[in-house]
Design a protein around this ligand. Structure first.
Ligand code: GTP
Ligand code: MG
Length: 382
């Protein structure tokens, strides 16, 4: 028997609780996407959020033309555009939908609306104007999203641009006028040109970064973090959320070792580290990404924390001897957080498949420990 910490001795509860707390603290971002059949709503949602909730989320048939899909961090109200031939006027129909939505629980209420129109339509219809009017009367921030924009190369200048007719549509949208040339106000906040692929179904899309930036700006303050978590295009936002969690855990671990701990008691730091790891994995939506349960992730976290807190590793860190002082405890925890953050990023960007890792994580652990050891050494060296 060595004096190493057995991962099975680490209580996984702090990871499970940390996950539940983080999920309820961050909450859910709810987006309403409105537009006619085939304008590209689902493609846009897939491109921005990296998942097709209609397939993977929980679906809730709400009423004709309205569907609600959700998972932990994201809810989508998928609302059909106005159907020609309907007996109810478009504004009234949408008002009915909004009243229905307002009767739903608080965690399903709409934060931002993407009102989607095909960019090759050359105008907004009176139905669009009436519906956007209803949204703005309901005080919902609306982004007018022009979809399926074709960015093609100008044969002479070689520069990519949109067609003349799209340009004219955008000019009109920026300063809308009625048939008499009188300015009218329509009630959307911004116009954004997007595509999710080129006309051959290839390419990465266009305008999506701008769409997420504007969505974040218009989102109510207390929904912003949920949006940062739900979206998948902007990685730095996630890092910005994760860093303060690592810093807080570093401080907490230093506090826990204010009276230096015997190395054999390093496991005392495990709850702080597991809580930190849980929050970070919620930020990267690792459960969703990997289809691992919270308890499977908790187990993985405990394995890694156990290895990181092993006395053989701690003894390699300068400043540690037979005891762990505040500096070493903080450095070790900060480094574990950074290591876990990198692991989550790699899973998130698809560089590591955690499904496979669950079986083969042992192969990955030495590298993880190496990162922790280097970083802890660096932190103490500063
Ligand atoms: N060229 C091009 N095609 C697109 C783009 N976005 C979507 N499409 C295609 O348009 C079709 C409809 O896209 P969806 O995303 O399913 O549209 P939707 O609005 O969700 O349609 P419904 O759910 O049926 O109302 C699909 O064949 C997509 O591949 C785009 O940016 N450019
Ligand atoms: Mg769809």
């Amino acid at each position: 028997m060595t004096d190493e910490i057995e991962p099975s001795n680490i209580d996984e509860t702090p990871f499970i609780e940390g996950t539940a707390n983080a999920k309820s603290r961050y909450g859910r971002f709810n987006l309403a996407v409105i537009g006619g059949t085939g304008v590209g709503k689902s493609s846009l949602i897939n491109a921005v959020f990296g998942r097709d909730l209609a397939k993977v989320g929980k679906g809730l048939p709400v009423t004709r033309g309205v569907q609600y899909y959700s998972d932990d961090s994201l809810g989508i109200w998928d609302i059909e555009g106005f159907e020609i031939g309907s007996t109810v006027p478009p504004g009234e129909q949408l008002r009915g939908h909004l009243e229905e939505i307002a009767r739903h629980p608080k965690d399903q209420q709409i934060s931002v609306v993407w009102y989607c129109v095909k960019s090759n339509d050359d105008r907004l219809t009176p139905a669009d104007v009436a519906m956007i009017g209803e949204l703005s009367r309901a005080r919902l921030p609306v982004i007018l999203v022009l979809t399926k924009v074709d960015w093609s190369k100008n044969p002479i200048t070689g520069q990519r641009g949109v067609s003349k007719s799209v340009e004219e549509f955008v000019d009109w949208l920026e300063n809308p006028v009625d048939e008499n040339g009188q300015p009218i106000s329509i009630g959307y906040e911004r116009v954004i040109l997007t595509s999710t692929s080129d006309k051959h179904g290839k390419g990465k899309g266009h305008g999506l970064g701008e769409l997420v930036a504007e969505t974040l700006t218009l989102s109510p303050e207390d929904e912003k973090d949920a949006f940062r978590i739900a979206q998948r295009l902007n990685l730095p936002w996630k890092r910005e959320l994760a860093r303060p969690i690592i810093n807080a855990a570093t401080v907490a671990a230093a506090g826990a070792a204010a009276v230096p701990l015997p190395v054999a008691d390093a496991v005392t730091l495990a709850p702080i580290q597991l809580g930190m790891m849980a929050r970070i994995s919620v930020i990267y939506d690792i459960e969703m990404k990997t289809a691992l349960s919270t308890s499977a992730l908790a187990n993985l976290g405990a394995q890694l924390a156990g290895r990181a807190l092993a006395s053989s590793l701690i003894k390699l860190i300068p400043g540690a001897g037979s005891v762990i002082n505040a500096g070493v405890a903080g450095a070790l925890t900060g480094a574990t957080g950074e290591g876990w953050l990198r692991l989550c990023e790699q899973v998130y960007t698809g560089k590591i498949d955690l499904d496979q890792m669950n079986e083969a994580w042992g192969d990955y652990v030495p590298g993880f420990l190496d990162v922790i050891r280097k970083m802890a050494t660096q932190r103490l060296g500063k």
